[in-house]
Ligand binder design. Sequence first.
Ligand code: NAX
Length: 330
Amino acid sequence: PKQPVKVLVTGAAGQIGYAIVAMIARGLMLGPDQPVILHMLDLPRAAEALDGVRMELIDAALPLLRGVLATSDEAEAFQGVSVAVLIGGWPRKEGMERKDLIAKNVSIYKSQASALQQHAAPNCKVVLVANPANTNALVLKEFGPSIPAKNITCLTRLDHNRALGQVAEKLNVHVGDVKNAIIWGNHSSTQFPDASHATARTDLGEKPVKQLVADEKWLKEEFVSTVQQRGAAVIKARKQSSSLSAASAACDHVRDWILGTPKGTWVSMGVYSDGSYGVPEGLFYSFPVTCEKGEWSIVQGLQIDDFARSKMEASANELEEEKSIAMNIL
Ligand code: NAX
C-alpha cells in the first residue's frame, strides 16, 4: 500500500479551496490509489470557517483521506508537504489597481517562499493559483532561491480547459476528443489561446481543428476573446468567480505533472521560461508542455506565424511590466 502524501491547500476556507479539498481527497489529483493527508491553511480571521471545512471532510468519510490539518500557522501548514496548491491571496477589489494587487501579494508570497524552503519536503511541487498567478510564482522563486525553478508552476490549465471546451462546442464533439490547444503567456486577458495546433477526433479520424472549423475568423477572433473573457462571463452570471472549474483544473494540472501526460498530448502550464519561442527568460509564462516522471518539458518546434507572434509578445510584455512592478517592491 502507498504511503500517504501530504498536500497543502492555502486559502482553503475560500471558494476554490472548498471545492478542491474534496476533489483531492477523492483521488482526482494524485490518483485513486494514493492516500493523502490534507494540510489546509487560511488566515486567522477565517479559522472558524476553515474548521467547518475540516468537519465536513471528516463527515464525508473519504477512505483516501488519512488526516486533515486546519491551521493558520504557515510553518505548520508547510511541514513535510510534497504538493503545495497556493490559492490563498489578496483578492482584487473593485477599483484596485494592478500595482496594488501585486504589492499585497508580494508580501504574502515572500513569506510563503521562506515557509516552503524551511518546512516543505525537498522536492515539493508548487502550483500558484492565486492571482496574479504568474507574478506570484516569480516572487516565490525570487524569495526561495533553494527551491528549484522546475518545481514552481502557475495555473493556466483552466484557460486551457476552457479552450478545449469552446472547440468541442463549436465542432459538436466530446471535449475528451479535443486536444493540444495552447494557452500562451499570462493568466490574464492578454493570454493567447491558440487552437492552431489542436486536433479533434471525428468519425474520419484525428483531424486538425483548423481544418474542421474552417473558419479562420472564428479561430482568430471569437474563440480567442471568448476564452480570454470567460472568467469575466462567469463572474457576471454567478456573481462570484470561477471555482469548481478552477479547482478541477488545478487537479488536472498536478495530476498530469506527477503522473504524466498521455502520449501525443500536451497541456498548458505556467513555467519558468528558458527562452523557448523567443519568450524572455526569467518570466513565468504559459507554454505547451508534456510531462513524464514528474518533470515537465516545453514542447518544441511548433510553427509560430506573425499573428501568434504578436499575441505572444503582447502577453510577455505585460509579464515584464508585472515583473518590474514586483521587483520595485522587493
Ligand atoms: P476567496 O476569496 O474565496 O478565497 C481566498 C482565501 O484565501 C480566503 O479564504 C482568504 O482568507 C485566504 N487567504 C488570503 N490571504 C491568505 C494567506 N496569506 N494565507 C492563506 N490564506 C489566505 O477566493 P477564490 O475564489 O477561492 O480565489 C482564490 C484565488 O484564485 C484568487 O487570487 C483568484 O484570483 C485566483 N484564481 C485563479 C485562477 C487561475 O486560473 N489561476 C482562476 C480562478 C481564480 O480567479
